[in-house]
Design a protein around this ligand. Sequence first.
Ligand SMILES: [Zn+2]
Length: 266
Amino acid sequence: VIVSRFAPAPTGHLHIGHVVNALHVWTMTRARGGTILLRIEDHDRQRSRPEFAASILDDLAWLGFDADAPPVRQSDRVAIYEDALRRLRSGGLVYACSCSRSEIAAEGAASDTELRYPGTCAARGLPEHAGYGLRVRLEATVERFVDLRHGPIEQTPSEQCGDLLVRDRYGQWTYQFAAAVDDLVQRVTLVIRGDDLLPSTGRQIQLARLLGRTTPPEFFHHALVMKTPTQKVSKSDNDTGVRELRAKGWKPEDVIDYAKSLIVGR
Ligand SMILES: [Zn+2]
């Protein structure tokens, strides 16, 4: 059985990029007779706000995107992440890291697109305490998967990003960890999301495998919505917020049509 999810971060209101993603999620999943879960990804406590979560859920309902279960919030799932962390720790895979981002930038060899953690603290045996992040040791393996849109892909997370941060220095779970754990625990089998997350697919597959997941989900990465050929739509853009379009008198079908027009030909 197919299980997919729509997983917005409540760091702003729903915008047309979300609607495009939701269209992909609902269309693909319903066509395959699958189930859709709603997950509020509020792992970032500094930037997430409950009023954004409420407004996102309200706009989704207004647009007619009905999920098959009540929404879950990552902020309610700390025990689940703690449990996953315990399992990794018992396998000797977790270590504390005292490095700041600027320290990593100074000593790390940056790959083409992102900062790679060079493993500075891997053998230091630092105690786990407040102010230190936690990392999981990655295997130096090539992750191979077939993206439903891009085809066969190979990624080597240990070279892309190095040992993966699972909890940051402020005690917050990272996106990569929380999403991989949630997809595992919620038995998600189909992940539909934007191309910006394509580079992190391999590390999520590996993290899930380290947690015991034998079969990774299927992945479909769609094109991001662009305002111009080089500028992607972001949640801070007032002209593309569903709130603003509603206030201008747009109906749900107008917003859906607008979102569809951004997908055509991609
Ligand atoms: Zn470190």
